[in-house]
Design a binder for this molecule. Sequence first.
Ligand SMILES: [Zn+2]
Length: 407
Amino acid sequence: MSNLNKAIDWIESSRDDMTHFMLEMLKIKAVNPDGGGKGEYERAMFMKKRLEEIGLHVARHDVPDSRVAEGVRVNLTTVLEGEDQSRTLWMAAHLDTVPEGSREFWATDPYDPIVKDGKIFGRGSEDNGQAVCSTLYAAKALKTLGIKPKMNLGLAYVSDEESGSKYGVIPLIQKGIFKPTDMALVPDSGTPDGSLIEIAEKSILWLKITTKGKQVHGSTPEKGLNARRVAMKLAIQLDDMLHSKYPDQDRLFDPPPSTFEPTKSDANVDNINTVPGVDVQYFDCRILPRYPLGEVIKQIESVRVDLEKKTGATIQIDPIQTEENTNPTPMESPIVHKLKTSLKQLRGLDAKPIGIGGGTVGAYFRRKGMDTAVWSTLDDLAHQPNEYCKIRNMVDDAKVFAYVATI
Ligand SMILES: [Zn+2]
């Protein structure tokens, strides 16, 4: 029997162990402190112990955070030496969860996980417990059977993913834990059959646009300056300009073009017969990686200045979120190839690389220059009530990770 088959069999026979591990871990509530939670530290300590039990040397990276009782947020990394030790394939999963939301929508206690119909129900079971468990057991299989990964296999269990990664992946990257020549697999998004491999994200630009004119009575608009009218003109002009200047389509993404959407509008005056002096509106833009954000912002700026001149209103544009993702992972990169090969061999699947609208930690790795694939098999229950992870997916994803690590 080949080493790889031994690892696959070992993982299949660990199904009950894995389930037990999940039940234990999910009992440790680890809601992100931004969501009012605690327990992330305790979960990290639990994880550290489990890694050390396998005989792995665990590095602990503490990031100070005065809001939590322990004073630090903990991140863990460990590396299994590979045949080629010049590069590391990192598998990264996060320990924190979002809050449970309204309890009334949960059929069971979100922090007292249960197994039912081949699924584990509980907050954090899918997001991101499944990945924590699958990556751990992939590594455990290799370690237990004495199988060397092809290149170094790194595991990173991080904090704070649910609230921007300021105490998680970002400081780890700044610390130089990951090298640009390393590659990353982030099992934090996926499809029910595991047939999509996410390799790129659009850049994100959220804008808050404040237009100031002069408030007057609705019957005498000539005495004031209607901020709402200027704001509407601005919205139309921005919408037209952005769509015409950035029209490219990229079939990697669904949807293929950049998107520029006027979304929220703050309440202005309380009554119909008042001409508003202030208007606040927002745009959500998701921009193809080929367009540098600085360039887009310059164009937006010129529309703003022009309209200010023409109307006499004051217009301020503040970026609420700016995430530039100009470094998509190439379709023919080794991490994508490894995943595709594994999925073909293990599941007979022809997996397809895709781009998404933005929002995973994969973006941080890609910005560092690392080839990064976001992949897993899940029903997409993240952040929902009655979140579950299918035990079958958890076991089968562990097989894929072991396969990826050894080819
Ligand atoms: Zn997640």
